[in-house]
Design a protein around this ligand. Structure first.
Ligand SMILES: *[C@@H]1O[C@H](CO)[C@@H](O)[C@H](O)[C@H]1NC(C)=O
Ligand SMILES: *[C@@H]1O[C@H](CO)[C@@H](O)[C@H](O)[C@H]1NC(C)=O
Ligand SMILES: *[C@@H]1O[C@H](CO)[C@@H](O)[C@H](O)[C@H]1NC(C)=O
Ligand SMILES: *[C@@H]1O[C@H](CO)[C@@H](O)[C@H](O)[C@H]1NC(C)=O
Length: 358
């Protein structure tokens, strides 16, 4: 160890005194000099530290987010080193880790869905925080910041979560009709994505109780129970998520849990002189400079802006619902929620909820 310290001191002097040498060769220079040929590298006496000040980042969809990450050497180096920075992520649906961004010096490469949406913050020495702009609902997961120095490699991870709302969804054709891929599509059509296990778990902690099993993004089928009852897994089980495990994605059919996040626009009940059938409802929102609201948008408005209206209205999928934050007589059960009346015949006349983007 003492020997290494000595060599390190020599090395630092060498690097410090070497300003005239081409910068790019610094790394190779000392490899050549100090690699003793046994695969042992004396530079090990310097430690590379990588740190993130946050283990969790909560944010809203559509915005920009910064995932902090910083690195430094101990003892400090007197000359810059050619480090490689790699950000990768593991989506919350349980897929494998994949690359987001790789940077070597000023050369930056970004990957797949992140191509035009990510850059390194680079405010000050060693700042390699990742900035993601235009966050998507499906960007949640675990992000790894890895700094590779050729000799050493250190990394930290940060979870990115979005503030949002989980809602159970059944299609037009009724209960248990969705395969995994049609379930995924159903959520997207409602302005949402399939919920992850963590998102459903959080919703359960906040009181979600639903007795129909639904797909989650990881391909498992589960449902949240806060009040154990005979029809929902029995009285013998404690409250929690009832898990059917991984199901065959092409064969089995269930409902789905979707996840929607806060909105940039506004959902409102359209004040209109008379009731509307479904086609008239779509047109009435367009005439008002808006679109008929999606189910995910109605849930987000209910959860994040406290939308409360005791009038049933058409939504884009042809369902009829209304949002209640202050439960009262004649407005459904005595707890807050979005009330659903299924999918009435399109010729029936009702109100409508519209969504206007901002
Ligand atoms: C999980 O999400 C990633 C990125 O959003 C996607 O590429 C992948 O296909 C998804 N995997 C599953 C099993 O849905
Ligand atoms: C988000 O980042 C993009 C691109 O980096 C920028 O154009 C936009 O102004 C940022 N938006 C906010 C709300 O900061
Ligand atoms: C994630 O969401 C964005 C925007 O909604 C979409 O364009 C993209 O295809 C989605 N990616 C995956 C893998 O589902
Ligand atoms: C709704 O009413 C209009 C007439 O105002 C009619 O043309 C249309 O076919 C009706 N749509 C449905 C689905 O019944």
């Amino acid at each position: 160890m003492a020997n290494r310290r000595l060599l390190l001191a020599v090395l630092l002097q060498l690097l410090g005194g070497c300003q005239a040498a081409p910068r790019l060769s610094n790394g190779f220079l000392y490899h050549d000099i100090f690699n003793n040929g046994n695969g042992e590298i004396y530079f090990n006496g310097v430690q590379l530290h990588v740190e993130s000040e946050k283990m969790f980042v909560f944010t809203s969809h559509g915005g920009n987010v910064t995932l902090p990450c910083r690195y430094w050497y101990e003892p400090a180096l007197s000359a810059p080193r050619r480090t490689r920075v790699k950000w990768s992520w593991q989506p919350a649906n349980g897929s494998h880790e994949s690359d987001v961004l790789v940077a070597i010096g000023n050369r930056v490469r970004t990957f797949d869905g992140f191509r035009d949406r990510v850059h390194l913050r680079q405010e000050g020495a060693g700042d390699v925080s990742l900035v993601i702009s235009g966050l998507h609902l499906n960007d949640t997961g675990r992000y790894r910041c890895e700094v590779i120095d050729g000799l050493e490699d250190a990394s930290v991870t940060t979870e990115l979560e979005l503030r949002g709302v989980v809602f159970p969804y059944q299609g037009h054709h009724g209960r248990y009709q969705l395969t995994f891929s049609t379930a995924q599509q159903a959520c997207e059509e409602q302005g949402a994505v399939m919920a992850t296990f963590d998102q459903l778990y959080t919703a359960w902690e906040e009181g979600l109780d639903w007795c129909n099993a639904g797909w989650l993004a990881d391909g498992t089928v589960q449902y949240p129970i806060t009040l154990p009852r005979v029809a929902c897994g029995g009285l013998g089980l404690a409250p929690g998520l009832r898990n059917y495990g991984a199901r065959y994605k092409h064969i089995h059919r269930y409902d789905v849990f979707c996840f929607s996040s806060s909105l940039k626009g506004k959902v409102y009940f359209l004040e209109h002189p008379h009731m509307l059938n479904f086609t008239e409802a779509i047109q009435a929102c367009l005439d008002d400079g808006a679109h008929i609201a999606k189910v995910g948008q109605l849930y987000a408005a209910w959860k994040f802006t406290g939308l409360d209206r005791c009038d049933a209205g058409w939504l884009a999928d042809g369902s009829l619902r209304y949002p209640i934050t202050n439960p009262r007589l004649n407005c459904g059960p005595m707890e807050p929620g979005v009330r659903s009346f299924g999918f009435p015949a399109p010729r029936h006349k009702h109100g409508v909820y519209c969504y206007r983007a901002e």
